[in-house]
Design a protein around this ligand. Structure first.
Ligand SMILES: Cc1cc2nc3c(=O)[nH]c(=O)nc-3n(C[C@H](O)[C@H](O)[C@H](O)COP(=O)(O)OP(=O)(O)OC[C@H]3O[C@@H](n4cnc5c(N)ncnc54)[C@H](O)[C@@H]3O)c2cc1C
Length: 405
């Protein structure tokens, strides 16, 4: 008898979690499992701010997908997914086609630039290993050029970060650790360096506990970050950005580096494939299937799940993507065994920790507020936990973070 074929698109937190759980739940004879990913490695998206600032080598944030999958049960296909033909149950890849009986879309998100002119062309993003490496090298290039040019262009040493959400703040924290090293390496006067964070919302880290936000702002300001809150980026140019506060006249901030860290939308494959979506994210059914497509699950940053308590979508996080992956694996195993009653997704919020650089962080874990070294310790526990859940103790030993104190 022909085995049903499950195809999982994306080997990020959601996709890889689905895969490693499925290979546990299902026997070799129950289904063919195929995992498709652009690269042959998985990267820890939640560590990319470190690779981008240069405080962690980019090879440290990635590992080989084949090291964590059971190759007797899962076929890995390295390919770029271009489109899904859901009517004919086919996936169009850059190097061929695949058909499926059940599909899991876990392709992650993409930066949301809200149509702001010039951002796509001139701003850097913290999106994947290669974009992080480009950003790190660009900042180093600016320092290297500054130290050798005869007529000094101080704007080279200004770094603008657009967005004071999670990604922006974590990157700022790493930058404050990296800049003194760069100044030392390239003989640059540290007083010449400016780090400016521009945020359109009226606060840093919207939605976070105010006491913790105040702590984060004061720590980052103490280390040289300048916040311009309630200030929107109107345009990004080769020389910097144009911003405006409320109705005030727009003005320019000249900068050698502009980083856009202010928004995520679903993967463009979602809209290209004709799924009904809000900013590329599909509002999934409680069992995480796409409305109208009983054979398609969508999880992670490309899915949208409503937090009933506040009637707003949960922010896209690795934590939610991994929990969705676990549930999807169970639901797929049920479908393969002809059980039609699928489990509904309930997010179990274990807390949130936001890093502020080495040995400093803020967080709420199991309802308890944490700052400083205890929060930073928890951040490393969280980072190691995701490795453990996907690759067990071996992966933690190979890739884990042990520089606790
Ligand atoms: C700097 C930073 C810090 C963060 N910190 C935290 C944190 O502390 N805690 C937290 O919970 N969340 C955090 N997040 C958010 C979190 O990383 C995301 O929500 C999470 O990665 C989403 O998981 P995912 O499985 O949907 O996608 P991803 O983990 O992004 O994986 C998507 C995968 O799909 C692949 N892919 C994409 N497009 C294609 C294609 N067309 N064809 C083939 N393959 C493709 C990608 O290469 C990737 O392997 C952070 C994000 C950033 C950027």
């Amino acid at each position: 008898m022909r085995k049903p074929k499950i195809v999982i698109l994306g080997a990020g937190y959601g996709g890889l979690m689905t895969t490693v759980r499925l290979q546990k739940h299902l026997g070799v004879n129950e289904a063919d499992i195929v995992l498709v990913n652009k690269h042959d490695y998985h990267y820890e998206t939640t560590w990319l701010h470190e690779a981008s600032a240069g405080t962690l080598h980019h090879d440290k944030v990635r590992y080989d997908i084949r090291d964590v999958i059971d190759r007797s049960k899962v076929d890995f296909v390295q390919a770029n997914v271009e489109q899904i033909d859901k009517e004919n149950k086919k996936i169009i890849l850059d190097n061929g086609e695949l058909d499926y009986d059940y599909l899991v879309i876990a392709l992650g998100g993409e930066p949301e630039t809200f149509g702001i002119k010039g951002l796509k062309e001139y701003a850097f993003g913290i999106v994947n290993v290669n974009s992080s490496r480009l950003l790190r090298e660009h900042i180093e290039y600016q320092f290297a050029t500054y130290s050798t040019e005869e007529e000094k262009n101080d704007n080279r040493l200004t770094i603008v970060v657009g967005g004071a959400g999670f990604t922006g703040v974590e990157f700022l924290g790493e930058l404050t650790n990296r800049i003194p090293e760069l100044c030392h390496e390239y003989d640059v006067d540290s007083h010449k360096v400016k780090i400016i964070c521009v945020e359109a919302a009226p606060t840093v880290l919207p939605g976070f506990d105010q006491e913790l936000v105040d702590y984060a702002v004061s720590q980052l300001e103490r280390k040289g970050v300048e916040f311009r809150i309630g200030t929107a980026i109107k345009e990004c140019t080769p020389d910097g950005i144009i911003v405006a506060k409320g109705e005030e006249e727009p003005y320019e901030i000249k900068a050698g580096t502009v980083v856009w860290a202010a928004g995520v939308r679903g993967n463009s494959v979602i809209e290209k494939s004709g799924f009904e979506a809000m900013r590329g994210r599909v509002k999934v059914q409680p069992d995480l299937r796409a409305p109208g497509y009983e054979d398609v699950f969508i999880i992670g940053d490309s899915s949208l799940v409503i937090n009933e308590e506040i009637n707003r979508p949960y922010p896209p996080t690795a934590q939610i993507a991994m929990q969705q992956g676990e549930l999807t694996a169970r639901n797929l195993a049920a479908l393969i065994r002809n059980k039609q009653d699928l489990e509904e997704f309930k997010f179990d919020n274990k807390g949130t920790v936001c890093s502020l650089g080495e040995h400093d962080a803020i967080g709420v874990v199991f309802g308890k507020k944490l700052t400083g070294t205890s929060a930073s310790f928890m951040k490393k526990v969280v980072d190691n936990r995701s490795l453990f859940m996907i690759g067990g103790a071996g992966l933690v030993l190979k890739k884990g973070k042990f520089n606790v104190f």
